[in-house]
Design a protein around this ligand. Structure first.
Ligand code: HEC
Length: 156
C-alpha cells in the first residue's frame, strides 16, 4: 500500500512538473517566433525581394566610375532609355532623384525579380507595355551606370 501511494506521489509530482514546464516552453517558443517575425518584417519594409540590400554611395561623384558607366549606358541602355524624354522605357536622366540606389541596382541586375515584385515597376509595365529584359551587366558595371546616372542628375 505504501509503495502505491509512493508511486502515485511520484506520478502526481511528474505530471505537475510536465504541466508546469509545458506552458513555459510554449510561451518561450512563441516569443522566439515573435522576435523572428519582427526582424523579418523589418527587412521586408526595406523590400525583402531586393537582392542587393545596400549600396554604398558617397556624395562626391567618382569620375572614373561615371565615365565607364556612361559607355555601358550607351551600349546597353540607350536603345530604350533617353535621359530627358520617354522612349521605349522611362527617361533615366533624373532617375536617381526619384528612386533609391538599391532600386536602380536591383533593376539593372535582378530585372525579373523587380518586374515580378515591385509595385512601382509593375505600374511602369502597364505604361510601357514591355518587360525590361535583363541586360546581363556585372555588379561593378551596374554600379558604374548608377554613378553615371547620379552624375547626370547632379549636372542637369
Ligand atoms: C529593351 C528595352 C530596354 C533596355 C535595353 C533597358 N531597359 Fe530599362 N526599362 C525598360 C522598360 C520598358 C522599363 C519600364 C519597366 C518595364 O516596363 O519593364 C524600364 C525601366 C527601367 C528602370 C526603372 C525606371 C523608373 O523610373 O523607375 C531603370 C532604373 C532602368 N530601366 C535602367 C536600365 C538600365 C541601366 C539599362 C541598361 C543597362 C536598361 N534599363 C536597359 C526597357 C529597357
Amino acid at each position: 500500500m505504501k509503495s502505491v501511494v509512493g508511486k502515485l506521489l511520484v506520478l502526481i509530482a511528474s505530471v505537475s512538473v510536465i504541466l508546469g514546464t509545458l506552458p513555459a516552453c510554449t510561451a518561450e517558443k512563441e516569443s522566439d517566433d515573435d522576435d523572428s517575425d519582427k526582424s523579418e518584417q523589418e527587412i521586408s519594409d526595406e523590400k525583402s525581394y531586393y537582392k542587393i540590400k545596400h549600396v554604398d554611395i558617397s556624395p562626391k561623384i567618382d569620375v572614373k566610375m561615371a565615365s565607364s558607366g556612361k559607355e555601358i549606358f550607351e551600349t546597353k541602355c540607350s536603345a530604350c532609355h533617353k535621359y530627358d524624354e520617354r522612349y521605349v522605357g522611362p527617361p533615366l536622366g533624373k532617375v536617381t532623384k526619384r528612386r533609391t540606389p538599391e532600386y536602380v541596382m536591383n533593376m539593372i541586375m535582378y530585372t525579373e525579380t523587380m518586374l515580378d515584385n515591385d509595385d512601382t515597376v509593375k505600374s511602369l509595365i502597364q505604361t510601357f507595355m514591355l518587360r525590361m529584359p535583363n541586360q546581363n551587366v556585372t555588379e561593378q558595371d551596374a554600379r558604374n551606370v548608377l554613378e553615371h546616372l547620379r552624375d547626370y542628375a547632379q549636372k542637369n
